[in-house]
Ligand binder design. Structure first.
Ligand code: ZN
Length: 300
């Protein structure tokens, strides 16, 4: 048997926006998600609290290589811990300059340090690419990597028995708010995302663990609500795209639209702020506009 610790990384000094998961069985523990490097001290402190140093881990499993999930992976690699990830993510972590520069273009250079922190390269010998649904045994734990594009082309949901760690493909749900889809550029693909959700449902999970944030005990209901709101957001942006509206005009209105949606589903102003921190509206506008543009050009 094993226990699962949900580690709150307290991103931007706020609770319940980004999580890491520590799975502690009979052997060395496994960590799923590292969070960004900006929360590295918090993660180290939480591990210490459990009597662990980074080098004590058997492995780190990443759902995808976005900064808020994988930004601190290099610190574990530096301590000699292997990092398991999607084959498409490998080059980005062994040579992170491109990833960092393209993020800096989106967030602005001055924001990069406070939001995400630095990213150093990981030696290829410590990066382990995993094939779709091919079982992996780490200590006595068997993990199944479910390739699950839609949010990102290099996305994996990690199955452990009847639990699935969904990264971002299972959406964002904070406290008593509803589930919503994070849609950042450049990989959003609505059809692929829906297919990935069905692929996860077909494995009949009893519980989901969301990086943003925590345990879900009604996976079927949760994921069907996610499909509904994913389609709703996609159609909202399609209307604006067809109308040739620009991102800077759409964003403030989309923010109002989603705030109202959150409000009507039980998330008050304070919780709405957490959603905006974990999943900024302007990013979803950018991601969905790109999706419709590529689709209109027949490139998806
Ligand atoms: Zn992501």
């Amino acid at each position: 048997m094993y226990s699962i610790h949900i580690i709150d990384l307290k991103f931007q000094q706020v609770e319940e926006t980004i999580a890491s998961f520590l799975i502690q069985g009979k052997g060395k523990p496994v960590l799923i998600e590292t969070g960004p490097h900006s929360t590295w001290n918090q993660l180290k402190f939480s591990l210490q609290h459990l009597g662990l140093q980074p080098k004590d881990l058997a492995a780190v499993l990443l759902t995808h290589i976005h900064f808020d999930h994988a930004g601190a992976a290099w610190e574990f690699a530096k301590a000699g811990v292997k990092v398991y990830l999607h084959p498409k993510g490998l080059a980005h972590l062994s040579k992170p300059e491109r990833l960092w520069n393209s993020a800096a273009k989106i967030y602005g250079h001055e924001q990069m340090d406070t939001l995400w922190g630095p990213m150093e390269s990981i030696d290829q010998s410590l990066l382990v690419p995993v094939e779709d649904t091919k079982k992996i045994l780490i200590e006595e734990l068997t993990f199944i990597p479910i390739h699950s594009p839609g949010h990102a082309s290099h996305h994996i949901a990690w199955q452990l028995d009847d639990l699935v760690f969904t990264g971002d493909v299972g959406g964002v749900k904070i406290k008593n708010g509803p589930v919503v889809p994070p849609c950042p550029p450049p990989d959003i693909d609505i059809e692929a995302w829906k297919a990935s959700i069905i692929k996860i449902l077909d494995r009949h999970p009893k519980e989901l663990y969301l990086t943003h944030f925590g345990k879900i005990t009604n996976p079927k209901e949760h994921l069907s609500q996610l499909i509904e709101i994913l389609e709703d957001w996609a159609l909202y942006i399609k209307r604006r795209f067809d109308n040739k509206d620009q991102a800077e005009d759409i964003t403030p209105e989309f923010m109002k639209y989603t705030a109202k949606q959150l409000e009507s589903k039980g998330a008050g102003k304070e919780i709405q702020k957490l959603y905006e921190l974990a999943n900024p509206s302007w990013m979803s506008v950018g991601g969905l506009l790109r999706y419709w543009k590529l689709k209109s050009e027949g490139r998806i």
